[in-house]
Structures are given as C-alpha cells and as structure tokens.
Design a protein around this ligand. Structure first.
Ligand SMILES: *Cc1c(COP(=O)(O)O)cnc(C)c1O
Length: 424
C-alpha cells in the first residue's frame, strides 16, 4: 500500500535521470540501506551489486560515517569557502594528497564528478592562456565518459546522449584506446598535434559508462610519456576508478608516469554525499599566481568544500585505511577472477573482463536485432526479480560491489548470472 503510494507520488512530481518517463518501469521505492543491501517499502531486500551508481564503497548507511557526519552537522554545516576555510577541508586535502601520487600538491573542491572534470579542463586551458601561449584543443578517448555538464560532455565520446547538443560541444580530438597494434600510430598522432593540444583527459584502465572497457597500463604509460614530451597536460579522471575499485587505491597506481591533474568523486565520501576534488601539480598551481587578477581561476560553487561532505570523506578515508578494506578488495578481486575462469568460453558471452573489483560480461549480440534491443531490459528485470540490482550497459552486465559484500552474496550473484546465461 505505502509502496504504491510512494510510487504514485513520485510519478506525479519527479523527473528521473537517464529515464524515458513515458515507457520506464515504475521506480522501486527504497526506504532503507544497510551494508550491501537496499530495502524497499514492502520489505524486499536487494543486493546492491553496482554500489548505487558506483559510489558506495563501505556499504550503505555505514554507522561510522553516519556518526562522523552527525557530529560535523552539530558543529559546522557550511561555510563560504572564498576568504574562509575550515578544519574538515584542510584535513581532507592533506589526507587526499597523502594518498595521491607525489606530484599532486593542491586540492580544488567542487560538488561532483562532472564539476571536478570542468575544473580540470579550465585549469588546463587557463594554464596555457595565463602564460600567453594559448592552446585550446583537448585529447580524449572514444567511448570516454567524463560527466553530463557541457565541458564534461564535450570530452566524452559522442553518442545518442550528446546528439541534441552536438553543435555546442567544443572541438575534441578523439583517439582509440591504445593497444600493441596502434600505440605507435597514436603517439605520432599526438606529437603531430602538440601545438594545439592543451590536455589529454582519460579514465585510467577502465572506461566505465563506455561499457567497462578495459585497457593496459603499459600503453597508457606510453601515451602519458608522449604527452609529457610534447608539453601536453594530462588529466586522470579517477571519478569511478578511485578509492580501491581497480584493486589499488587509484588506477593510476598501476602506472609509471603520473598525470598532472586528478579528478575524484563517487567513492570519495564512501558514497555518502556529493563532493568533487580536482588535484593538481604545483606547476599548474603556480601558473595562476600573479599580481594580475585576471590570472585567477574564477571558478567556485555554493557548496564548495561543504564541511559535512568533507567529514563524510574523512570518515571514508579512515575506513579505506583500515587493513580489512584492502583485504576485502583483494578477496572480491580473487573471487571475480575465479568466476571469470569458470565461465570463460561460454557460448553466449562475447567477452569477460575484469580489473580489481570490477567484472564485466559482454553478451553475444547475434543477428536477431529484436532480441538484442530488448536484452538490456530483460537482463535488468531478471536480476531485479532475483533481488539483485545490476544495471546493464546495453549488452554488458557488470558487478561493481560495495567492498563489504559477503562471499555468499557474491556467489549468489554469480549463480544468478549463470542462470541468466541459461535462460535469457
Ligand atoms: C560518473 C563519472 C563522472 C561524472 O560524475 P558525476 O558525479 O555523475 O557528475 C565523471 N567521470 C567518470 C569517469 C565517471 O564515472
């Protein structure tokens, strides 16, 4: 009863993200979260196998994060961040710099992943213009996803999602993911464009929204080296890959060369609150220091460095640094690898790929287009009926779980995927 009431009130008042409101199934009303689980109002319990859009790291409604957030709320809920500062922002900046590669020296706060990317792009473009040698082109990967605001959208792969805005998106040079086969080509392409390219932005090792597409650190290293040699700034968008997702603290920890800028969000607060971070080198920071006020980075948001969000991030950092967390990440990575081995070669799967706690299964698409076009929705409903939240990207299903997921729950998700392979 109450469940239906919530849904009808929702439909009367709310427009959901990435949702065709005319044809979408009615939303499930979630009233409670705990650990790996989300509960709807009829008491049905779901395994959140996608960490609620890739944000939840330590599990839902984590009591430690809740306590720290509650304490902060009673002390300071918000403070203007231009001309003022506060302890939570300072401590968080120090701690995030402590886990980032050494070349990262300054933290700029914003609200989410897209804004972290916008800030990174502005930093790079103004870095060049402040020095009187403007460069305006950005290099990015095909199938990239960097967010939904205009700048972030411009550097993302062009698709049906971006089509209505195409004319308004600035010019971007898109390249293929690097492989043994194309790496030397890509390198000469980059060298050729060096006078135009302000920056190269990339999702290290895993392209999330593009379909959990994975590529090798060694080739990314080659590209970073080439960019460095050609005076092109580099931006590691670790919004999804950060905070343990790929098996190390950052995906960039698999690299020898380090980007000039990092974008963080999603797991930054353990998935509790919206917060974005753009970190940079002192070289970039110094290019904005001047007696000329026009060289200032004129960017900020009302909720920049919100103390409550910072306290959630600090609490999440405490949990990240407990040895059990890395043990969980290793455990999940090992389970994924074993399951990958077990079902490799399955005739219905075109590809299975894994990086750390992320595993993706690409369904064969075959010739039957009507089967294919409804595949995503059938998979989604199949898992929902099994009390599992998996949100396929087209014909790709993936598991990206909170680190607290139990072996039993993982086994149940794997079993359900095997069942889907037999029945769908
Ligand atoms: C989700 C995501 C973003 C955008 O973050 P939002 O907080 O949704 O704006 C940017 N980059 C990557 C790699 C992401 O996965």
């Amino acid at each position: 009863m109450e469940q239906e009431n919530l849904v009808s009130r929702d439909l009367a008042a709310i427009w959901h993200p990435y949702t065709q409101m005319k044809t979408a199934a009615t939303p499930v009303a979630i009233v409670k979260g705990q650990g790996t689980y989300l509960y709807d109002n009829s008491g049905k319990r779901y395994i959140d196998a996608v960490s609620s859009w890739w944000v939840t790291t330590h599990g839902h409604a984590h009591p430690y994060i809740a306590q720290k957030v509650a304490e902060q709320l009673r002390v300071l809920e918000h403070a203007i961040f231009a001309g003022f500062t506060h302890p939570a922002a300072i401590e968080l900046a120090e701690r995030v710099l402590g886990v980032l590669p050494q070349n990262q020296q300054k933290i700029f706060y914003s609200d989410n992943g897209s804004t972290a990317v916008e800030v990174a792009l502005k930093m790079c473009l103004q870095f060049w213009s402040n020095q009187g040698k403007p460069k305006t082109k950005i290099l990015a990967f095909k199938n990239a996803y960097h967010g939904d605001t205009f700048g972030a959208m411009a550097v993302s792969g062009r698709s049906a999602f971006t089509a209505p805005f195409e004319k308004l998106l600035f010019e971007v040079e898109f390249i293929d993911l690097p492989t043994a086969h194309n790496i030397s080509n890509l390198k000469s392409q980059i060298s050729h464009l060096k006078d135009d390219l302000a920056a190269f932005i990339f999702e290290p090792l895993v392209q999330g929204s593009g379909g959990m597409l994975m590529y090798e650190a060694a080739y990314l290293d080659e590209l970073l080296k080439t960019c460095k040699a050609n005076n092109i700034l580099t931006i590691a968008d670790e919004v999804m890959t950060g905070f343990g997702r790929t098996g190390r603290f950052f995906a960039s920890d698999y690299l020898e060369h380090t980007a000039d800028i990092f974008c963080l969000s999603k797991g930054l607060t353990g998935g509790t609150m919206a917060l974005g971070v753009t970190s940079c080198t002192n070289e970039i920071y110094n290019a904005f220091l001047s007696d000329d006020r026009l060289k200032t980075l004129f960017h900020g948001h009302s909720f920049t460095a919100n103390p409550v969000a910072c306290s959630a991030a600090l609490a999440s950092m405490d949990l990240m640094e407990q040895p059990e967390t890395m043990q969980h990440i290793r455990r999940i990575s090992e389970r994924h690898a074993a399951f990958k081995k077990e079902i490799s070669g399955h005739p219905k799967l075109k590809d299975i790929r894994q990086t750390g706690t992320i595993i993706a299964f690409e369904w064969q698409t075959g010739n039957d287009t009507s089967y294919f076009s409804s595949l995503r929705d059938r998979l989604y409903q199949f898992f929902l009926q099994k009390n599992i939240i998996l949100r396929p990207l087209g014909n790709i299903i993936y598991i990206l779980p909170p680190y607290c997921i139990s072996d039993d729950d993982l086994a149940y998700v794997y079993d359900s995927i095997e069942e889907a392979l037999e029945t769908i």
